[in-house]
Design a binder for this molecule. Structure first.
Ligand SMILES: *[C@@H]1O[C@H](CO)[C@@H](O)[C@H](O)[C@H]1NC(C)=O
Ligand SMILES: *[C@@H]1O[C@H](CO)[C@@H](O)[C@H](O)[C@H]1NC(C)=O
Ligand SMILES: *[C@@H]1O[C@H](CO)[C@@H](O)[C@H](O)[C@H]1NC(C)=O
Ligand SMILES: *[C@@H]1O[C@H](CO)[C@@H](O)[C@H](O)[C@H]1NC(C)=O
Ligand SMILES: *[C@@H]1O[C@H](CO)[C@@H](O)[C@H](O)[C@H]1NC(C)=O
Length: 497
C-alpha cells in the first residue's frame, strides 16, 4: 500500500519536474542564444574608422544581389581597374586568393565576413542597397528568369546533365556557381519542370487564365509560395542586413551560423544584428541606392572614381612604368551570358564585352567626365542586352510575364508579408537613405572648396544631362535676385514714409 502511494507521488513529482525542465530549457535556450548573439556583436563592433572618406589600397564591393551592382562593375570599375588588379575569383569563395600582390578590387556576393581574410586597415568597403520589397520581387523574377532558360530541354534530367558537363568559356563563372543563385536557380528549375510535366500530363489543357503573373501556379511557383519557402527564409529575407553583418548562410566564419539560427529563432535578437549592420554601413566609403540610380552613379564617380584615378596617377608616376591596360577576357564576375551560351545563340555577348573592355586609367587619359559619358553608353547597352535576354526567357513561361504593371496586381496582403519578413532590411534601408543624404551634403561641401571645384564641376556638368540642373540653378538665382531687389525697394519706400 505504502509503495503504491510512493509510486504515485514519484510519478507526479516526475511530471512536475519535466514540465519545469521544459520551461527552464526554453528559457535557457533563449539565454544561450542571447549570449551567443551578444558575444558576436561585441566582437564585431570594430573601432571607428579614422578616415572613412579616403580610398584605401583595396576596394571591396559588397554586392548585395539584385541591387544593380552589375552595372557598376561593368560600366565603372572595369573602366577604372585593369583586370590584372582584380582579385582573382572574387565570386568564388573556395578558390578565392586574396594574397595576390596587386589585387586592388574585389567584387563579390560574399558577405562582410570576407573582411576576416583581408587587410582590414587597407580596405575600403562600398555597397548599394535597395528597397527590400523590390529586392524580393527582383530576386523572385531573376530566379525564374534564369531557371526558365533551361526549359529548352525536354526534361530536367537532360537539363541538369548538360549544365553539369559544360563549364563556361574564358574561365568565367556561371551564375549557377555563385551564392545565392547556386541554391535559388536549381530549386526554381526543378519546380518549373515539375509544373510543366504536370501540365503536359493533364488530359484537359484548360489553363485557368489569371491576371496575376505572380500567382500562376500552372506555370510557375507563385510569389506567396516563394516567400514562405524555407529556402527564402535561409537566403532572401533580411538578406541585405545579414550580408552587411557577415551572417549569411554563405559566411566564412563558423560562429556566424549559430548567430543566424538564434536570430531567426528569436526575432527580438535581430536588433543586435541591425545595430552592427548600421554601424558598418556608416563606416563605408560609399553607399548607393538602387532607386536613386542616376544620382548614386554620379556620386560613385565623384567619391570613389576620382580617388581611384588619383591613386593610379600616383602609382604610375612612382613606378615610372604603366600598368598593362589590356583587359583580359577572363573575369571573376559571373556573366549571365555564360549560362545562355550552351542553350541558345546569344548575340549580346560580344557587344557587352566590347563596351566594358576599355581601360584608359593606365595612361592617364581617363577623367571623371569621360567616365560618366562612358557609363551612360555602357549602361544603356547593358540594359538592352539584359532586357532581350529577359524577354526571351520569360516567353517560355508565358502567359506569366513580369512587369511593373503586373506587380500592381499583387494583393496588398503579400506586400505586407514581405515587409514583415524583412523587418531588419526595412530598417537598414532607412539608415542607408540617411547616409545617402549625408554623402550628398558632403559632396556639396566639397563642391564649394575652390581647389576641387573645377574638376568636380567639370565632371558633374560635363555631360549634357546636367544642363537642366544648371538651368534650374540659374532660374533659382534669378528668383533670389528679384526677391532681394523687391525687398530692397520695399525697405527704401518704407524709409521715405
Ligand atoms: C529526357 O530527354 C532525353 C533527351 O530527349 C531522353 O533521351 C531521356 O530519355 C529523357 N529522360 C526521361 C526520364 O524522360
Ligand atoms: C543555405 O541555404 C540553402 C538553401 O536553403 C541550403 O540548401 C544550404 O544547406 C544552406 N547552407 C548552410 C551552411 O546553412
Ligand atoms: C546557333 O548558331 C549555329 C551556327 O551559327 C546554328 O547552326 C544554330 O542553328 C543556331 N541555334 C539557334 C538556337 O539559333
Ligand atoms: C590611352 O589609351 C586609350 C585607349 O587605351 C587611347 O585611345 C589613347 O590614345 C591613349 N592615350 C595616350 C595619351 O596614350
Ligand atoms: C512581356 O512584357 C514585355 C513588356 O513588359 C513585352 O515586351 C514582352 O513581349 C512580353 N512577353 C510576352 C511573352 O508576352
Amino acid at each position: 500500500m505504502a509503495s503504491v502511494q510512493n509510486f504515485a507521488l514519484l510519478v507526479m513529482l516526475l511530471a512536475l519536474v519535466t514540465t519545469a525542465i521544459d520551461a527552464i530549457s526554453t528559457e535557457e535556450d533563449f539565454v544561450r542564444c542571447q549570449n551567443t548573439v551578444r558575444k558576436w556583436a561585441a566582437s564585431s563592433n570594430d573601432e571607428v574608422k579614422e578616415d572613412k572618406h579616403t580610398l584605401q589600397d583595396l576596394l571591396f564591393f559588397l554586392h548585395v544581389p539584385r541591387t544593380g551592382g552589375r552595372t557598376y562593375f561593368h560600366c565603372f570599375l572595369r573602366k577604372l581597374y585593369a583586370s590584372t588588379h582584380e582579385c582573382p575569383r572574387s565570386y568564388d569563395k573556395l578558390r578565392f586568393d586574396p594574397s595576390k600582390p596587386d589585387c586592388r578590387l574585389m567584387v563579390t556576393h560574399d558577405d562582410y565576413s570576407m573582411m576576416s581574410k583581408l587587410p582590414k586597415e587597407r580596405t575600403s568597403v562600398v555597397t548599394i542597397l535597395r528597397n527590400p520589397i523590390d529586392r524580393v520581387f527582383s530576386t523572385y523574377e531573376f530566379s525564374v528568369e534564369v531557371a526558365a532558360r533551361f526549359l529548352v530541354h525536354p526534361n530536367l534530367t537532360s537539363a541538369t546533365q548538360l549544365t553539369g558537363r559544360i563549364r563556361p568559356k574564358n574561365n568565367g563563372v556561371s551564375t549557377l556557381d555563385i551564392w545565392p543563385w547556386k541554391y535559388l536557380v536549381p530549386w526554381m528549375r526543378e519546380d518549373l519542370f515539375r509544373r510543366r510535366d504536370a501540365r503536359n500530363q493533364r488530359f484537359y489543357k484548360d489553363v485557368k487564365e489569371s491576371y496575376d503573373s505572380y500567382n500562376m501556379e500552372e506555370t510557375v511557383m507563385p510569389l506567396h509560395e516563394f516567400i514562405n519557402n524555407p529556402v527564402a527564409h535561409d537566403i532572401i529575407h533580411n538578406g541585405a542586413t545579414f550580408q552587411v553583418a557577415g551572417l549569411t548562410n554563405n559566411s566564412c566564419l563558423s560562429e556566424s551560423h549559430e548567430v543566424r539560427h538564434c536570430v531567426r529563432k528569436y526575432p527580438t535578437l535581430g536588433t543586435y544584428v541591425l545595430d552592427i549592420a548600421k554601424k558598418r554601413l556608416s563606416d563605408m566609403l560609399y553607399v548607393g541606392l538602387t532607386e536613386d540610380h542616376k544620382e548614386s552613379a554620379t556620386m560613385f564617380a565623384n567619391v570613389v572614381g576620382t580617388q581611384i584615378l588619383s591613386q593610379f596617377e600616383a602609382l604610375n608616376s612612382n613606378s615610372g612604368k604603366t600598368a598593362t591596360s589590356k583587359t583580359e577576357l577572363s573575369s571573376s564576375f559571373p556573366d549571365s551570358e555564360h549560362d545562355t551560351n550552351h542553350l541558345q545563340n546569344s548575340t549580346d555577348d560580344q557587344k557587352e564585352s566590347e563596351t566594358s573592355s576599355s581601360v584608359d586609367t593606365a595612361n592617364g587619359t581617363m577623367t571623371v567626365g569621360k567616365l560618366m559619358d562612358a557609363y551612360e553608353v555602357c549602361i544603356s547597352s547593358l540594359r538592352k542586352a539584359q532586357g532581350r535576354r529577359r524577354t526571351a526567357s520569360l516567353k517560355r513561361i508565358s502567359p506569366a510575364n513580369f512587369s511593373k504593371d503586373a506587380r500592381h496586381q499583387v494583393p496588398d496582403v503579400i506586400i505586407q508579408e514581405i515587409i514583415s519578413l524583412n523587418r531588419l532590411d526595412v530598417e537598414l534601408y532607412k539608415h542607408a537613405k540617411e547616409i545617402f543624404t549625408q554623402q550628398r551634403k558632403h559632396l556639396a561641401e566639397k563642391l564649394v572648396e575652390p581647389e576641387e571645384q573645377k574638376t568636380i564641376l567639370g565632371s558633374l556638368y560635363g555631360t549634357s544631362t546636367w544642363r537642366p540642373f544648371l538651368l534650374a540653378i540659374a532660374v533659382l538665382l534669378l528668383l533670389l535676385l528679384t526677391f532681394f531687389i523687391v525687398k530692397a525697394r520695399k525697405q527704401t519706400s518704407k524709409l521715405k514714409v
